[in-house]
Design a protein around this ligand. Structure first.
Ligand code: FES
Length: 210
């Protein structure tokens, strides 16, 4: 046990300043807690076109291997309503005839599954090593400031949600961040402000290396 001297006494060292890394609310990645808008009774039904898409995808796999469509089905949920409530996971399990836990496993492993509403535009800043050594902490702060949104939260107008993510496979152009499906690579602080400003103005900034 580490000890320190306090007012002349030796006491346990309870607070160690090992790192200044911000708290990332990692529990969000794997824990579901029922809320008023995300519980087993939250209304969710696939639209007819989306049901047809899932049925077509199932045909791509051998009989009995319909679980292979799981990732695509969750992606379809997300594109239909913007995020994936637990009731939609249950619907996917029902349609694919697989245990609910298989859907939970998938949805809690992959960070691209938004298990709560993350704003109209979901800003994801990569903080894995190559991006980190190229200044992802500064990029993250700029993203928070430009969107008026703390990591893990929503902006007051619910336009943006900001999260940290692990490697997005664009390390060669680190640091980078993602807005929904669009990659913005090799960014500096000014790029972050300009990209968010353009999105606020209803524009789609040029994607890729900046
Ligand atoms: S570490 Fe950021 S994209 Fe790979």
């Amino acid at each position: 046990m580490l000890l320190r001297r306090c007012a002349g006494k030796v006491v346990p060292f309870l607070f160690r300043n090992i790192s200044t890394t911000i708290r990332l609310s990692a529990e969000d990645l794997f824990v579901h807690r029922d809320s008023s808008d995300n519980n087993a009774q939250t209304p969710f039904e696939f639209t007819e076109p989306n049901m047809a898409r899932i049925a077509a995808l199932v045909q791509n796999y051998p009989a009995g291997a319909q679980r292979s469509v799981l990732g695509a089905a969750l992606d379809i949920v997300q594109r239909q309503i913007g995020w994936v409530p637990i009731s939609a996971m249950h619907k996917v399990a029902e349609i694919l005839s697989i245990p609910r836990v298989r859907v939970y496993e998938w949805a809690t492993f992959y960070t691209m599954v938004k298990r709560r509403f993350r704003g109209k535009y979901h800003v994801k800043v990569c903080i894995t090593t190559p991006c980190m050594i190229r200044g992802s902490d500064i990029i993250l702060r700029a993203a928070e400031e430009a969107t008026c949104c703390s990591v893990g939260g929503l902006s007051p107008d619910k336009m943006f949600g900001v999260d940290t993510v692990e490697c997005q496979g664009a390390c060669v152009n680190a640091p980078m961040f993602v807005v929904d499906d669009d990659y913005y690579e090799d960014v500096n602080v000014c790029d972050v402000y300009n990209i968010i400003k353009a999105i606020k103005a209803g524009q789609i900034p040029p994607i890729g290396p900046q």
